[in-house]
Design a protein around this ligand. Structure first.
Ligand SMILES: [Ca+2]
Length: 417
C-alpha cells in the first residue's frame, strides 16, 4: 500500500503467480498456444510472456484468435474447409462485464456453513483455544474486535485520515468508517463535491471526489507471530482497493516490513484481467542496514521460482507475494463480494501462511537474512478502503464502477500460542 507499492505489485504479480498458482486452468479457458501480452508495470509497458508458463493467464482475454496454419487461397478453401472457431473465453472483456455483474454482491449470502464450521470462526472470547489446521499448533485467542455497538473501539483502533500511498486517488474520511449491525463498515463513495485530505509530509494533499477510510492499531494492538484474521465481505468493481495489512512498529516503512494479508483491486483492468474474483497477498521489506538511498529506491521483486538468485540480497528493498483466486466466478458475474470470507495469515518464526477460509494459497519463508527485523518484531494492523491509483485504476462508471461500495468486517482476531 505504500508509495510505489502499486507499481511494484503489478510487476511482482507477473513474476510470482507462476510459482504461487496451483489451480489448474479451468476447462475451456483460454490457455492458448499463442503468447499473451500482459502488463509489466503500471506505466503501461507491455511484455510478451511465453505461452503456457502462467496458468493465471486464463484471466487474460487475448485478442489473438485461431487462424489456419496456412493462409488459405480460394482454391485451397474449396478443397479443404477448415472451420474457423473463435477461442471461447470465460472472462469478460474490458467494458463488457457480465450482464448480472455484481448482482449477488448486492445481497450477499448470510455467513455460509462453510465458514461457521471453520475452526475458531465461532470463538469470540479471549482465551478461547483452537488448533490450527495449517500447522497443528494450538492457539489462544489473544485479541478480538467483534464490532458490536455503534462506535469504533478506540482502545483498539485509530482513525487514519492521511494517505498511505502516493498512488491513492481517494481521501480518507472518518465519516466513511462506521460500526453498525455488528460490523465495521468502510464506505467508498463518489461525492458531489471534492474533499482534500492531509497526506504524508512528502506528498501534496489529495483533493478528490472519491472518499474512503482507514483505521490502524498502531500503538494499541501490535503483535509478533500468531494468526491474524478477519471475516470480511469485500467491495467490488473497478477502482476499489480494500486491504487488511500490517506494518512493522519499530521502524518506518520499508525497514519495519509490510505484510499484505488481503489486498484487492476490482473490476476489469486495461489488460482485460477480471479481478473481482481474486485478491493478493505479499511482503515488502528491506535489510535493516540499508539507508534511505537504497531502502526507498527501486525495489526488487523476488521470484520465488528462482530463489537463490535474489533471496539473500540485502542491497535493495524487496517484495514477494501471490494471490488467492476463485476461478470461474467471472463468467457468472460473480465476485468475491458475494460471500463473507475469512482472510488470514498464520505467522510463525519460520514461515508465513496466507489462507482464505483456512485453505493456504501462499507460503513464504521468512528466515532470510534480510528479513531479520522486518518479520520478527511487532506489527500493527491496518484496515482501509481506498480508490484509484495506477494499480486499482481511477473509478469510472463506464468501466463498471458501482457506487457506493462497502468493505465490511465482521470481526478481527489475533491468535497466539
Ligand atoms: Ca461482528
Amino acid at each position: 500500500m505504500k508509495r510505489i507499492l502499486a507499481l511494484l505489485f503489478v510487476v511482482l504479480m507477473a513474476l510470482s503467480v507462476v510459482s504461487c498458482t496451483t489451480e489448474p486452468a479451468t476447462e475451456g479457458d483460454a490457455t492458448t498456444a499463442a503468447p499473451t501480452t500482459t502488463q509489466s508495470a503500471a506505466n503501461g509497458d507491455t511484455t510478451t510472456q511465453p505461452a503456457g508458463g502462467d496458468k493465471t493467464q486464463v484471466t487474460t482475454v487475448a485478442t489473438t484468435v485461431n487462424t489456419p496454419d496456412t493462409p488459405a487461397t480460394p482454391e485451397e478453401t474449396t478443397e479443404k474447409k477448415t472451420e474457423w472457431k473463435p477461442i471461447i473465453y470465460t472472462k469478460p472483456q474490458q467494458g463488457k462485464l457480465p450482464a448480472n455483474y455484481g448482482e449477488a454482491a448486492k445481497n450477499p449470502k448470510a455467513v455460509s456453513s462453510t465458514i461457521k464450521n471453520l475452526l475458531g470462526a465461532d470463538k469470540k472470547s479471549v482465551g478461547a483455544t483452537h488448533t490450527s489446521p495449517v500447522t497443528n499448533t494450538t492457539y489462544k485467542l489473544k485479541f478480538v474486535d467483534d464490532f458490536n455497538g455503534t462506535t469504533l473501539n478506540t482502545s483498539n483502533w485509530t482513525y487514519y485520515t492521511r494517505n498511505y500511498n502516493a498512488a491513492e486517488q481517494s481521501v480518507n474520511r472518518k465519516e466513511n468508517v462506521n460500526v453498525k449491525d455488528g460490523s465495521l463498515v468502510i464506505t467508498g463513495k463518489k461525492e458531489d463535491r471534492q474533499y482534500t485530505g492531509s497526506a504524508e509530509t512528502w506528498e501534496t494533499p489529495k483533493t478528490s471526489y472519491f472518499t474512503g477510510g482507514a483505521i490502524n492499531s498502531q500503538g494499541k494492538k501490535e503483535y509478533t507471530y500468531g494468526r491474524l484474521e478477519i471475516m470480511a465481505k469485500l467491495p467490488y468493481s473497478y477502482g476499489m482497493w480494500p486491504a487488511f495489512w500490517t506494518q512493522g512498529t519499530n521502524r518506518g516503512w520499508p525497514w519495519g516490513g509490510e505484510i499484505d494479508i488481503m489486498e484487492f483491486v476490482g473490476g476489469v483492468d486495461q489488460w482485460n484481467n477480471y479481478r473481482d474474483d481474486e485478491y493478493n497477498s505479499g511482503l515488502h521489506w528491506c535489510d535493516p542496514k540499508l539507508g534511505d538511498d537504497k531502502a526507498w529506491s527501486t525495489g526488487l521483486d523476488v521470484k520465488l521460482t528462482d530463489p537463490d538468485s535474489v533471496w539473500n540480497r540485502t542491497d535493495t528493498k524487496m517484495s514477494t507475494g501471490g494471490k488467492f483466486e476463485l476461478l470461474g466466478l467471472s463468467a457468472k458475474g460473480g465476485t468475491l463480494a458475494d460471500e463473507w470470507r475469512i482472510c488470514g495469515l498464520e505467522w510463525t518464526k519460520d514461515k508465513m501462511y496466507f489462507y482464505c477460509n483456512d485453505e493456504v494459497y501462499l507460503t513464504i519463508d521468512i528466515t532470510k537474512t534480510s528479513m531479520r527485523e522486518a518479520y520478527h518484531k511487532n506489527h500493527y494492523m491496518i484496515l482501509n478502503l481506498v480508490m484509484g491509483g495506477s494499480w486499482a485504476g481511477t473509478p469510472d462508471e463506464a468501466k463498471g464502477t458501482v457506487w457506493p461500495q462497502e468493505f465490511k468486517v465482521e470481526w478481527v482476531k489475533v491468535w497466539q500460542k
